[in-house]
Design a binder for this molecule. Sequence first.
Ligand code: TYD
Length: 209
Amino acid sequence: MTAAGRFLSLEGIDGSGKSTQARRLAAHLRGSGRDVVLTREPGGSPGAEDIRRLLVEGEPDRWSAETEILLFTAARRDHLERTIAPALAAGRDVVTDRFADSTRVYQGATRGDLRALVDLLHGAMIGREPDLTLVVDMDPAAALARGLARHSGEDRFETFGLPFQERLRAGFRALAAEAPERVVLIDGNRPEEVVAAEIAAIVAARLPR
Ligand code: TYD
């Protein structure tokens, strides 16, 4: 029987550099001989990518917070069923750019009282956490400047502005304090290759292969 692969998530506020770090981590693991699936949320499977478009395009008030949580959870369920679980079962490592912590923090930051609903849906429909979560932590002003500079057309969340990004940062830091055995904070205010080397070292130390 094949040993299950390792499940790793990258998290952070918009423009934190986590997507770059997810790519670098996947490349690093491949370089050490691992078979790696690099994926992202919202999205990561054909059905979840369809749901992504509903979520990231359009007006900031397009969905109520409750509907948004249902859509993110539906996308995650499809991603888990079609992409993540089969890869892990086949012994492949999975590196995902965002997972359930993004819903806890983003939807919880909009309306703090929704965290219980996020956790309820997670328990019923997802039921698993990454083996290790790396939060790229950085100054929201610098991160926001990077994010808006991209003009990707997917800036529905980024247009909420700096105070929102500051609440998100605090939310990710609180998660790391809540679950230190799974969630590790990385200082993202450093050169990309320095951050990448630290992430590679943490993965090697926490999840040896
Ligand atoms: P993402 O593609 O990671 O955007 P970026 O590369 O700019 O960070 O995610 C799109 C947006 O969706 C982002 O603003 C974060 C938000 N999001 C949530 O609000 N909840 C979630 O559960 C997820 C996965 C993402």
